[in-house]
Design a protein around this ligand. Structure first.
Ligand code: ADP
Ligand code: ZN
Length: 722
């Protein structure tokens, strides 16, 4: 067949048909360039009969221009793209774009010229600079710029040496191969529990069939060591592995453990990779030479040539849910990818998502448990501090028992961690004189004071402004008051209480590069920090053996919004941060400050009764027809014009479908009624599992012609309700 239908990487265009020129072959999955009017578009040759489109007479088809020099996207990935677009009501083109996420890689192999010494001595007398270069560059190879830096001479000197045949050019592939991981580099002794679980995983890798696992292991049980065994098995069998991590900026600890186990670093994939690294990784993934890829959620759509296993670590993390562009949940999509690939997938967590536990309950996932910490460490004891009785002083947030706990650890030379999920100094600033509150100009949100950078910032859109000298409303000076605490304010309180303590604030503001994160970890491990004060960033993956006290500054904070998952989210966040305590030889203690000690989630944390908490949450969800028992979807309509947004919402509301198994709430102004300069209205759809919610939404939204300024967002299985 020399007629092809392309999935074109432009969401505004449907599939388009083209002709293959004589002698050109382009099997399904091939990435091609095709003409479109006077322009060129990139497209993917799609399987025959799977994309609807108009039948155009063969004679009228234009020929494609070029087949790009990359392997065709494999069939399982093509099925995944179709499934994701369909399930999340997203354009196919937007999903396909995530697979082709390195423009540079599509151009094919590229070379670059490096230089090395020829071994010639040079005729006559050498200049001092050439002499130095000859000494310093022995055994080296690199670009002119790299060699100039190494030798400490100018590139001009080196070019002169190349002219004199002292240096010779070598053409190399820009995409250097990655150092191979050795599955048997360093095999740890697994505990009997770990061994039993690892054996099941390893068998599943050998069998190579779809098999979803839920690895439910308490914090410190050694989940990582356990899933490294099937990773090793996949490497032995020459298959690729994808490990998804929630916070790729903070993978230092993971990377060093990986390198200790396999003797080489894995291939990294995340949004802040340099374009050359992105290209190198993409090509190695597509040709199968990247053995283990460790990535953020976007790594899920890459064209693995030969996938053998997927691991999702900290699988409960809500950061696996993408909330802009294609709104997908990487945890769920990874299970689908494993299904299309016919490989096992491991979801690892100490606090699995309720949805995942439900899948285990109904027998879809195999649940494997690691009930004890590795090496005999005990789980920390948990104590509640009732803030209605133990009141911190005015403008203070740490109550007596927590202050005493910190004092005690300081005296013993042990570490403490204070957790408050709020960046900055104070979440609200107001004028004492006139009551003016500082608000973001583009969002319905207060500006958060950041004292370290002397700014007021919006955490939704990134707007920033200097803290003013006088109130912009009434013109008074010295009248601004900070309301409520953020981590910086807790740090100030700690500094006041314990001036001698070495304190570190750990947030996405302070640990914003891998280098800074590494530096922080090294200091904490080297006991150069006494008290860590951090946001949810410190709930993940850290292992500091000297950390014996964890203080939760405000356990009620996450319950305020009151959305569907508030209880579950609070439970997992606090359980995770609590899990940082007492991981070494010394036992840990957790103090939870709360105004609601009787709230079910707080009581469950205090009593360590996870099962009862999950059972109660599950029953509540069943009664409400909420996921996983019913289906939810959100529709967000937005426009820069308030009236246009409102009218769009009313019009959509007027044509809502009336179905027995679908309930539609709204439209209502979104809690964040203004975001990045756009006015927002929301609908919430609650459907029984019998309904085809995607079809209902497509028909419903498709029936309205919206004004050009209106954006319509569909969020299937939403996590955010603002
Ligand atoms: P989890 O991810 O389950 O919270 P980790 O994987 O971080 O637990 O393991 C906790 C600590 O125990 C880590 O320092 C890890 O290196 C160590 N550990 C776990 N299993 C083993 C093992 N079999 N041999 C040696 N050290 C182990
Ligand atoms: Zn804003």
């Amino acid at each position: 067949m020399n007629r092809v239908r392309l999935l074109v990487l432009n969401a505004a265009l449907g599939p388009l048909d083209y002709r293959l020129p004589e002698g050109v072959s382009a099997p399904a999955g091939s990435v091609v360039i095709a003409p479109l009017g006077p322009r060129k578009v990139t497209g993917i040759v799609w399987d025959e009969g799977r994309l609807p489109g108009d039948e155009i007479a063969f004679e009228r088809l234009r020929p494609i221009l070029e087949v790009l020099p990359v392997p065709p996207l494999p069939a399982p990935l093509r099925r995944l793209i179709e499934w994701t677009a369909d399930y999340y009501c997203a354009p196919l083109a937007s999903v396909a774009r995530m697979a082709l996420s390195s423009g540079g890689a599509l151009g094919g192999p590229a070379t670059l010229t490096e230089y090395r010494l020829t071994g010639a001595e040079g005729s006559g007398r050498l200049t001092a600079q050439r002499k130095t270069a000859l000494e310093k560059l022995a055994g080296q190879q690199g670009t002119m710029r790299e060699l100039a830096a190494l030798a400490g001479v100018s590139e001009g000197v080196l070019r002169g040496m190349a002219g004199a045949r002292l240096l010779e050019p070598v053409v190399v592939n820009v995409d250097r191969p990655y150092p191979p991981a050795d599955p048997d580099h360093h095999q740890p002794d697994l505990s009997p529990d770990q061994q039993a679980v690892a054996a099941i995983f390893t068998d599943a890798v050998k069998t190579r069939a779809f098999a979803p696992f839920l690895l439910d292991g308490v914090t410190g049980s050694g989940k990582t060591e356990t899933y490294f065994e099937p990773v090793a098995e996949a490497i032995r069998l020459g298959r690729q592995v994808l490990v998804l991590l929630p916070e790729i900026a903070l993978t230092e600890n993971f990377l060093s453990r990986f390198t200790a186990r396999f003797g080489a670093a894995p291939v990294l994939w995340h949004s802040s990779l340099k374009s050359t690294e992105r290209r190198r990784a993409w090509r190695a993934i597509a040709d199968g030479s990247a053995q283990v890829v460790v990535g953020a959620r976007s790594a899920l759509f890459l064209p693995y040539a030969n996938l053998g296993l997927i691991v999702v670590d900290e699988a409960h993390e809500i950061s696996f849910k993408q909330d802009d562009g294609v709104r997908y949940n990487a945890r769920d999509v990874s299970v689908m990818r494993a299904r299309f690939e016919g490989v096992p997938v491991i979801l690892a967590s100490a606090t699995p998502a309720l949805e995942s536990l439900h899948m285990a309950d109904i027998g879809v996932y195999t649940k494997l448990d690691l009930p004890a910490r590795f090496g005999g460490a005990s789980l920390p004891t948990v104590r509640l501090v009732n803030l209605t009785e133990e009141k911190p002083g005015s403008q203070r947030w740490l109550a007596g028992p927590l202050v005493e706990g910190l004092r005690d650890r300081l005296a013993k030379g042990e570490q403490s961690l204070l957790f408050l999920n709020r960046r900055g100094y104070a979440p609200l600033t107001l004028c004492r004189n006139c009551g003016h509150r500082f608000k973001c100009p583009s969002c319905s949100a207060w500006l958060v004071e950041h004292r370290l950078s002397a700014r007021l910032a919006c955490h939704h859109c990134g707007f920033e402004t200097r803290v003013p000298e006088v109130c912009p409303e009434c013109g008074e000076s010295d009248c601004l008051v900070a309301c409520g605490p953020g981590v910086e304010r807790i740090a100030a309180e700690v500094a006041d209480l314990f001036p001698e303590a070495r304190v570190a604030v750990a947030t996405s503001d302070t640990l914003n590069t891998p280098e800074r994160a590494a530096e922080f970890i090294a200091m904490a491990e080297g006991r150069a920090i006494d008290i860590i004060i951090g946001t949810q960033l410190v709930t993940k993956g850290f292992h500091f053996p000297e950390l014996t006290l964890v203080g939760v500054v405000d356990a009620d904070l996450g319950l305020e919004g009151g959305d569907l998952r508030a209880g579950e989210r609070t439970f997992s966040q606090i359980a995770q941060v609590a899990g940082r305590a007492g991981r070494g030889a010394k036992p840990g203690e957790v103090l939870i400050q709360t105004r609601h000690p009787d709230a079910p989630v707080i009581a469950a944390l205090a009593g360590g009764d996870r099962d009862a908490f999950y059972a109660a949450e599950t029953a509540g969800r069943r009664d409400a027809g909420a996921p996983p028992f019913g289906r939810w979807a959100a529709i967000i309509l937005s426009s820069e014009d308030e009236k246009e947004a409102r009218e769009a919402a009313v019009r959509l509301g007027d044509v809502r479908p009336r179905l027995a198994d679908v309930q539609i709430l709204g439209p209502a102004p979104a809690p964040l009624a203004l975001l990045r300069g756009r006015y927002r209205y929301r609908f919430l759809v609650n459907a029984k599992r019998s309904a085809n919610i995607q079809a209902v939404l497509r028909d419903w939204i498709g029936a309205v012609n919206f004004a050009p300024g209106v954006r319509v967002g569909v969020d299937i299985d939403p996590y955010s309700f603002v």
